[in-house]
Design a protein around this ligand. Structure first.
Ligand code: SF4
Length: 106
């Protein structure tokens, strides 16, 4: 019987070569395929740059508003934008100030 070499990241199911379920793969296996532990938004941004031949301006100007990645293409999620009260803003400012002060003394 002829042996078949299965590329990493793929598997044979019912005689068909398919992609492995990444949920069952280890981090080293995924890294061996060139994937990093970047954020989901980073992955979206990378996909959009790939889609636009690495042209930042073209990602910005993308007109494919029906694409599922379109609102996320700039690397942020405007759908999760929160409306903060002045009290919440002040609390965030204080926390950021404390973090900066702690970093400066470290
Ligand atoms: S949002 Fe635009 S740039 Fe990003 S993948 Fe979709 S079509 Fe391509």
């Amino acid at each position: 019987m002829k042996s078949v070499t299965i590329p990493p990241g793929l598997e044979i199911v019912s005689g068909e070569k398919i992609g492995r379920d990444p949920r069952g793969m280890s981090a080293p296996e995924l890294e061996a395929l060139g994937h990093s532990s970047s954020s989901v938004l980073g992955a979206v941004r990378a996909k959009c740059l790939d889609c636009c031949a690495a042209q930042l301006a073209e990602v910005r100007k993308c007109t494919a508003t029906a694409c599922a990645l379109w609102p996320l293409r700039m690397g942020t999620n405007p759908l999760n934008r929160r409306t903060l009260t002045e009290q919440q803003r002040e609390a965030l400012r204080e926390r950021a100030g404390a973090a900066r002060a702690a970093k400066a003394t470290a």
